[in-house]
Ligand binder design. Structure first.
Ligand code: AMP
Ligand code: GLY
Length: 423
């Protein structure tokens, strides 16, 4: 197949590595890609945020499948003209991407579909925010309504900090004040063709910047898959996945279809396992980053076949995606100053050495070649990924790889998958 992947993160590198691992050989194009993706795909100078430019490229290059990685181009409507021209695209159109682009829209869909989520209030001014904060009480959860690259959410017991966060987002529209939910979090991905869903294997993400879940929320600092502890609570991963499919994914997909905005692409369910049952924290309209880096290396079936089936409405004909028992762990290396103000342009060394560690590969994110040197160009620079038989093995390999990488001021968590490796 001729496949165009939009995006430039470690998620997109992971998607492309999965496509490359198939028996069938594909012509893969990436826009804009990064220094790691450049080794696997043709980088093309097409702006993912420009739907017309993407359509023109896809037509000129006779692309068979477009895979949209990040949320911003989806929310900007990149999928719509492609679909209108009969080009299979994995990713929802502008209207359905509101499931991620607007927390208010997502809450309305969940209400209509009877999907369990925390209570929330939309506030438009300081008085409304204060009333909502006092209604729910501490700890306070405040969310920007629109896209905020993982930085829109604050969870704090400090009322003044909650109020200040809300006020910083009020000028851009409304904010959501939510009921605080407590429990372990799970990211579960579903491929959707608008009508049917196919679940992938669950993963857990580490959202806070520092060890022990301290520090600010980030896009994600590490992840592991599968989640062996689901067995204790649900009897097994399959039982858990079946429950979430029935109670959450299918009702949402049905509701969106009934409203004339079918969701075609990846439904990312951000879940929290509360004492009162599984609840939705958020939906995303694309693969998670860094969870994809640990889910896709375990996928046995050819990814291209599944994505094409979702993009062309034939998911029902596919066998359910199967996963290897192997464990996978990823640790993200971020630039100094991330997430507030990452320092960029610093030299990155040791990636080849890291990949010499058994079971380790590196998914690039913010990397570029400048004058023959590899440099970091953004906040989350790369994901070191390791697979193993046990979590202990995978975790040890991931950190052994990471220690071989040099980046001045680079930050990473040292406790990714520590608990599950001890269990
Ligand atoms: P989100 O961007 O909505 O995924 O939120 C980022 C993170 O904030 C989540 O992964 C949770 O750890 C935390 N969070 C969000 N909403 C809640 C909530 N209602 N209760 C507790 N924690 C939350
Ligand atoms: N890892 C969280 C996300 O992709 O939104």
């Amino acid at each position: 197949m001729r496949i165009l992947v939009l995006g430039s993160g470690a998620r997109e590198h992971a998607i492309i590595l999965a496509l490359r691992s198939e028996e069938e050989s594909h012509a893969i194009f990436a826009a804009p890609g990064n220094a790691g993706i450049a080794r696997e795909a043709h980088l093309v100078d097409v702006d993912p945020m420009d739907p017309t430019a993407v359509l023109t490229f896809a037509k000129n290059e006779a692309i068979d499948l477009v895979v949209v990685g990040p949320e911003a181009p989806l929310v900007a409507g990149v999928a719509d003209p492609l679909r209108a021209h009969g080009i299979p695209v994995f990713g929802p159109g502008k209207a359905a991407a509101q499931l991620e682009g607007s927390k208010t829209y997502a809450k309305r869909i969940m209400d209509a579909a009877g999907v369990p989520t925390g209570g929330s209030v939309r506030a438009h001014d300081t008085a409304g925010v204060e009333a909502a904060l006092d209604r729910f009480g501490a700890p306070y959860v405040v969310k920007a309504d629109g896209l905020a690259a993982g930085k829109g959410v604050i969870v704090t017991s400090d009322r003044a900090a909650a109020l200040a966060h809300a006020e910083s987002y009020l000028p851009s529209g409304a904010v959501l004040i939510e009921e605080f939910l407590s429990g372990p979090e799970v990211s579960l991905f579903f491929l959707s063709d608008g009508d049917h869903v196919a679940p992938l294997s669950p993963a857990q993400d580490f959202k806070r910047l520092r060890d022990g879940d301290e520090g600010p929320n980030t896009g994600g600092m590490g992840a592991y898959s599968p989640l062996p502890w689901l067995t204790e609570r649900f009897g097994g991963e399959d039982e858990f996945v079946a429950q979430v499919t029935r109670d959450i994914a299918e009702p949402v997909i049905r509701q969106m279809d009934a409203e004339g905005t079918p969701f075609i692409g990846l439904l990312y369910a951000g879940l929290i396992l509360t004492e009162q049952g599984v609840k939705v924290i958020e939906f995303n309209a694309r693969f998670g980053d860094p969870e994809t880096q640990v889910v896709l290396p375990r996928l046995i079936d050819p990814l291209s076949r599944l994505l094409l089936a979702a993009a062309s409405g034939t998911l029902e004909d596919q066998p359910r995606p199967a996963f290897a028992e192997a464990t996978a762990v990823t640790v993200v290396l971020a630039s100094e100053g991330y997430p507030e103000a990452p320092l960029t342009g610093r030299v990155l060394t040791g990636i080849d050495g890291a990949e010499e560690v058994d079971g380790v590969h590196v998914a690039h994110a913010a990397t570029a070649l400048r004058d023959g040197e590899l440099v970091a160009t953004g906040g989350r620079v790369l994901s070191v990924v390791a697979t193993g038989t046990t979590f202990g093995e995978a975790r040890e390999a991931a950190y052994a790889g990471l220690e071989r990488i040099g980046l001045e001021g680079g930050q990473y968590r040292t406790d990714i998958a520590a608990r599950v490796a001890r269990a």
